[in-house]
Design a protein around this ligand. Sequence first.
Ligand SMILES: [Zn+2]
Length: 399
Amino acid sequence: MAAAVDPARCLEILADVSWEVARALPFFGHVLAAFDRVVDERVATVAVGPGVDARPVLYVNAKFFTRSLRTMESRAAVLEHEVLHVVFGHLRLDEARMPDAWRRNIAADLVVNQYVVHRLPSTAVTIKRFAWMPPDLTCEGYYDRLKAMSDEELAATVSDRACGHERWGDDDEGPSGGRFKDLIDGVREEALARAERDGTIDQISGAMREIIARARRTPRSDPFWKRALRIFCARTLRASVRPTTQRESRRYGSARARWDGPIVPGLRRGRSPAVLIAVDTSGSISNATLTTFFAQVTRIAATGARIHVVECDLAVQRDYPWDGKAPNEVKGRGGTAFDPVFAWLRGAGRKLHLTGCVYLTDGEAARPTIRPPCPLLWVITPNGTHGNVDFGRAVTMPA
Ligand SMILES: [Zn+2]
């Protein structure tokens, strides 16, 4: 019997292979860098899945990775396969549209294996196995063609080897409630932003970029966006609530008439918390986009946050408490800078005790240098850039 594979040795090999993948396409390296690596014999091959706190993990079966796969080439190809599933949005495939999990998984593999850079192991599910399968179809396109095959035909064409998708849904019903897939979406966005920053984005082929773009605008990213906002607002509002003693809590009860939020025993709201929404009113923002921006303000207000709005192009133009109505016109329409809002937060805005800032923008401005004094969430227009934002997480507004 062969000796067990040393997990430490497996992780070393994994690190080497990751370098090789990053060398072939830096964008892949940016994606891989976001994953924790865990040797786990419970996965059959290599699989992406949630770890502690739903953090993205690359699980690796040491025996498969170091013995079944004999060459760097095939190991790199297997990692690229996993990365492509992530960036193509395959963890959010439409299960209502493609209810048969087996064919759905094969369809996803047929898509990703066309973009793997290194040579895949011979067991891989590629369109070459299906002589009549055209290239460049969507998952749905391949799924529909696979439906035309009987189970027997299909089983004869592809091996039943687990293809590393087994942990994609692990977090859906868990305590973190799908946070893993949100984080995976974030990994893709961050990797794209990095590739844009370091100029390697041009190395991504047009066809690949098209699939990534489709993944980014799928309506399934909508819940992600909504959840990102909800989590951010909940976190910033919670931050303004300080634990207090039992006695103060009772005293607080007598002042209940002023309380307009949920009653939390033993907690007291220091001041009515408010979120600042910075609206980019520069010339690059169309009137249609401004309308969308103010629709987002309404949405954020619906989370229960008190909202203060600041309109800013190259300078802060005006600020006002949100009263539920979008203004008829905005002040600005010049160039764009982010720093004035953060300077304003540190200066004039201080007395408003703002607990968070959401910045609605296309991202087209110089990188900010002033750190805002509170948590920050960037909300970027669908055609905007993530390359210049800093000091907080960025999400893309659905188109
Ligand atoms: Zn796969």
